[in-house]
Design a protein around this ligand. Structure first.
Ligand code: DHB
Ligand code: MG
Length: 222
């Protein structure tokens, strides 16, 4: 497929399957106006996160990497009554944009944005979480997966964004440290007996990328 064709299909599927959400549209607009990078998940991927929450019955969600709050708002909308989402963001300015977006979306009662580098914040985070979404600096994916394994209950869903990176994940010539981090993360998902994982490639408005989806398993009974 050419970029024109996959963008057309992404647009068609999005318009057909994803109900418009004014607060999400406003969150993207404000994030862009504030100069944050336009690297939030595509609408169909946000919908996948919502469905994973609903399919798994997740009530407690951990997000690593808030950016402007787009995926946090989407996931918060899928939580059951009493559900909670904790999102960790390294950049104070991003967190301020995200908090305004989250408040406007009316989900600030169930979403907490904690500011700090996830490597420093996560040691103080305790579960159990039912779903963990890892979408921060790719160099640290193995560290984030280690924390995910610690705080996720058995049966929890773990999702890692950006695992394909325009195909560079499987390009042996790539020396990019982010790509190396993505690979180490995938290898950990494969090797670590506490995870069972797959990955989906995505072709959407954000280009060619992918999501890894894992379940936290009990190594004794897998
Ligand atoms: C990029 C995209 C992402 O979704 C992300 O989490 C980080 C970076 C990018 O396209 O550069
Ligand atoms: Mg991402």
């Amino acid at each position: 497929p050419t970029p024109e064709s996959w963008r057309r299909i992404d647009s068609y599927l999005t318009h057909t399957l994803v109900e418009p959400d004014e607060a999400l549209a406003a969150a993207v607009a404000d994030q862009n106006a504030a100069g944050l990078p336009a690297i939030e998940v595509a609408p169909l991927s946000a919908k996948l996160l919502q469905l994973l929450i609903r399919i798994s019955g997740a009530a407690n969600v951990l997000e690593i990497g808030t950016l402007g709050g787009y995926s946090a708002i989407a996931m918060a909308r899928a939580l059951p009554p009493g559900g909670r989402l904790l999102s960790i963001e390294a950049e104070q300015g991003n967190a301020e944009v995200a908090r305004r977006n989250i408040e406007r979306a009316g989900v600030d009662d169930r979403v907490e944005v904690r500011v700090g580098r996830a490597a420093e914040v996560l040691p103080d985070v305790d579960g159990p979480f039912d779903l963990v979404f890892i979408d921060a600096d790719k160099e640290s994916n193995t560290l984030y997966l280690e924390h995910a394994a610690r705080v996720a209950r058995v049966g929890a869903v773990v999702v890692v964004d950006n695992v394909v990176r325009s195909g560079r994940v499987a390009d042996p010539a790539t020396e990019d440290e982010q790509i190396a981090g993505v690979r180490r993360g995938l290898e950990k998902l494969a090797r670590d007996p506490r995870f069972d994982a797959t990955a989906l490639q995505t072709l959407d408005a954000k280009g060619w990328d992918g999501l890894a989806i894992a379940v936290r398993v009990d190594p004794e009974t897998r």
